[in-house]
Design a protein around this ligand. Structure first.
Ligand code: 13P
Ligand code: SF4
Length: 342
């Protein structure tokens, strides 16, 4: 196919671009200054044209910046929603506006599709915290104890696991196994937070999220002091001490649902900072307090490299078919439900 390279593509802010993107600017005007729009709009216009031409779909995680989340992503959500969407899509190309493990999960769920990551450096400290060899050693140390693996892991690690979970369903997955003990990896804090909600013993690993481990109980108390009446929502990758100071804990989608249902007049999302901008764009009447901890990996994804990915059809995710098939069992068990030993 004859594609225009980013260097030669016409990325001027013409009146046609202005007209065709005006409805999108309307969605993000609360969080993107007017002066920045002429830079974003031509990229958005071109990406949306290319998606149609190539029958591509962009899956956008809740941590994407608003010009990606609201203006080019076709499906947005937490890790669970994106994994489900990847399994169902009939697009030929999936572009993951998210991190590498999310792209791998898309490929695992829909192996015949071309899955693209705009920047191969979009990793995750949790995914880097454990290897397949570590999981094999744990299984040898705890024979007969099921391994529940957070989706924030490589395909190799998923392939060694019994079942996956996300932050949206961790307690339900662990409880559903019906065993007295489980190994839950790699996020120590997610495992400790889940252990408080289930009856069985949870064996943890030592992984941490670089974004969420930075929040402290003192930060939350400080936020409450400076913002009386603020409702505090936290992601379960935060420490149990932080979670204990908060009003609600849930996945990124869980926090968005909480805001949509309860409309707290003043709210803080204790998580990656772009999410507050995305939710604030949808609820302009609410006051969002925004402490900013940025995920350096999520922030590698930009409009310019999404456009480059679509134009050049890079960087494609490849997974060994044997590993992929084994990893798929773990993800499908999570999605379809499973009891250990069946
Ligand atoms: P969610 O599944 O809640 O979207 O979380 C993914 C993630 O990477 C959080 O740091
Ligand atoms: Fe990984 Fe944390 Fe970034 Fe999520 S926020 S992708 S868990 S490093």
């Amino acid at each position: 196919m004859n594609v225009v390279s980013p260097a030669t593509a016409d990325l001027r802010y013409t009146s046609e671009v202005e007209r065709s993107t005006a409805h999108l600017y309307d969605k993000v005007k609360k969080v993107i200054p007017e002066v920045e729009w002429p830079v974003f709009a031509p990229l958005i216009h071109r990406i949306n044209q290319l998606k149609k031409q190539k029958n591509a779909v962009i899956l956008g995680h809740n941590y994407m910046t608003p010009e990606i989340f609201h203006c080019v992503a076709d499906i947005t959500g937490d890790s669970l929603a994106l994994a489900r969407a990847a399994a169902k899509t009939d697009a030929d190309i999936i572009v993951m506006a998210g991190v590498h493990f999310m792209a791998e999960t898309s490929k695992i769920m829909n192996p015949s599709k071309k899955v693209l990551v705009p920047d191969m450096g979009a990793g995750c400290t949790l995914a880097e915290a454990i290897t397949a060899e570590d999981v094999r050693k744990l299984k040898a140390q705890y024979p007969g104890v099921p391994v529940v693996t957070y989706v924030n892991t490589s395909a190799d690690v998923k392939a060694e696991s019994d079942i996956c979970c996300t932050s949206a369903n961790a307690a339900q997955i662990v409880e559903g196994l019906g065993t007295p003990r489980v190994i839950m990896l790699p996020d120590e804090y997610l495992a400790l937070n889940t252990a408080k909600l289930v009856k069985c013993e949870v064996i943890t690993w030592k992984g941490r999220c670089v974004v969420h481990e930075q929040f402290s109980p003192a930060d939350i108390r400080g936020l409450r002091e400076t913002n009386p009446g603020v409702v505090v929502l936290a992601h379960p990758e935060c420490s149990p001490e932080v979670v204990a100071e908060c009003d609600y804990t849930g996945s990124t989608a869980g926090m968005i649902d909480y805001v949509a249902k309860n409309k707290p007049p003043k709210v803080v999302l204790v998580t990656e900072c772009s999410m507050s901008d995305n939710v604030a764009a949808d609820f302009p009447e609410l006051d969002f307090v925004k402490p900013c901890n940025m995920c350096p990996f999520m922030k590698k994804i930009e409009l310019s490299n999404i456009l480059h990915a679509l134009e050049t059809e890079t960087h494609e995710v490849h997974i060994d078919p044997v590993i992929s098939a084994k990893a798929r069992v773990s993800v499908e068990r999570m999605i379809n439900g499973w009891k250990y030993g069946t």
